[in-house]
Write a protein that binds this ligand. Structure first.
Ligand code: AMP
Length: 390
């Protein structure tokens, strides 16, 4: 009964504009959540260790504290009617503090799953959704044995902490196992080895779900990485309609079965036989969903605010084909030099980061055009990014 009441309260818990949303994390995702939420009349408080963080700049207030600082988390909770996070490596003690002194609709269960590749893969597998076959390995001998079973090439990965291809080693021969295991063991986390999927494309779908149980998905994006960092998201993804429908269905099933509140981004590999393998989940807005800011009726950031505030979800309809191109540190200067000659179809978003470093995400451009190919041609003509075959 108690639980039923609590659930009911949660279902009815509409957080109306005028309320304050607390953001754990002051990066670009927090900034774009705050920009969308402010347009709807919400107020924002950001917690981030860096003064004048991208999201702090557009919030009413910033609590400057480390992400592991429980006192800082309490201060954020006291100032917020609802709290959301913009990254998945939320410290367990901080998550507990936030949940006990404020309302965190996203909860911590999903974080626990997505913080660890082993838990994540097992969870997806239990839903009957394909992932690359994998083994957890405790030493180099177990790795050799796993590679014999899985075949080569295979990918050795850290269970936690990896990002942008860091914490990964593509194994092409059994002879590499010793060196690879020693190198990744230094991360001090469990290791997992999985079959290398010779994918034809990488796709991602963002799903949104609110406490009332409403669930929507966005059109799949076709993602192109350079040096393991997202370079382009192409929408509509250039794949068969039934594949795209299947990709959206997988994201919807994951969102529904894991009781997601807010957004979940589902990254997938498309194999040549049309099979989709889920590679990774992110329980938050995602870089591959930035195209929605200019190309969909409702951006992923507005949708996230709607979902955590239990408002009805907005339409995810695509208004125009689009290509999103990331602006990394090395691209910022040429982008700024060309800012006065950017074609009108290019929508520029910069994150206000104080320090520009190579490979650091500084902004992105959404290029809208009649077809993805035309958008790609516009990006090529700008001459800022190296030529990439897509
Ligand atoms: P991840 O950190 O798991 O997102 O991996 C980063 C990138 O490495 C992916 O976007 C793929 O391009 C590549 N990759 C990771 N795992 C595999 C795999 N099992 N098979 C093929 N490519 C992979």
């Amino acid at each position: 009964m108690m639980q039923q009441r609590a659930e009911l309260r949660q279902r009815n818990n509409v957080i109306r504009p005028g309320a304050t949303i607390g953001l754990l994390g002051g990066g670009q995702l927090g900034r774009m959540i705050a920009l969308a939420g402010r347009a709807m009349g919400y107020r924002f408080v950001t917690l981030d260790p860096t003064v004048d963080s991208p999201s702090g700049q557009v919030s009413d207030r910033q609590v400057v504290a480390a992400f592991t600082d429980v006192a800082g988390a309490r201060e954020l909770a006291q100032a917020s009617d609802v709290i959301t996070y913009e990254f998945e490596n939320v410290d367990a003690d901080v998550a507990k503090t936030l949940e006990s002194s404020s309302y965190v609709p996203q909860g911590s269960r999903l974080l626990r799953i997505t913080q660890n590749r082993i838990r994540e893969k097992r969870t997806i597998q239990e839903l009957g959704i394909p992932v690359a076959p994998f083994r957890v390995v405790a030493d180099a001998d177990e790795l050799r044995q796993a590679v014999r079973e899985l075949g080569l090439p295979a990918v050795l990965k850290t269970a936690t902490g990896g990002y942008d291809g860091k914490g990964q080693w593509v194994l092409r021969s059994e002879a590499e196992c010793g060196q690879a295991f020693a190198a990744l063991a230094e991360w001090g986390t469990e290791l997992i080895v999985e079959t290398f999927i010779p994918f034809v494309k990488e796709l991602s779908v963002i799903a949104a779900r609110n406490p009332a149980g409403e669930c929507v998905t966005y059109p799949a994006a076709e993602n192109v990485h350079v040096d393991n960092i997202l370079h382009l998201s192409i929408v509509p993804a250039r794949a068969a309609d039934d594949v795209l429908a299947k990709a959206e269905e997988i994201a919807r099933r994951i969102a529904e079965q894991l009781d997601v509140i807010g957004l979940i981004a589902v990254e997938m590999f498309l194999a040549s036989d049309g099979e989709l393998y889920v590679n990774e989940l992110a329980p938050r807005p995602h870089n591959s969903g930035h195209y929605t800011m200019d190309a969909c009726v409702t951006s992923q950031f507005e949708q996230h605010v709607r979902a955590i505030c239990n408002l009805p979800l907005g339409s995810t309809r695509l208004l125009s084909p689009a290509v999103m191109v990331n602006i990394l540190g090395e691209h910022l200067k040429p982008v700024l030099e060309k800012v006065d000659v950017l074609p009108s179809s290019c929508k520029l978003h910069l994150y206000g980061k104080q320090e520009s470093k190579p490979k650091r995400k500084m902004g992105h451009i959404n290029v809208l055009a009649k077809t993805p190919e035309q958008a790609l041609a516009i990006i090529d003509e700008l001459g800022i990014w190296g030529k990439v075959e897509v």
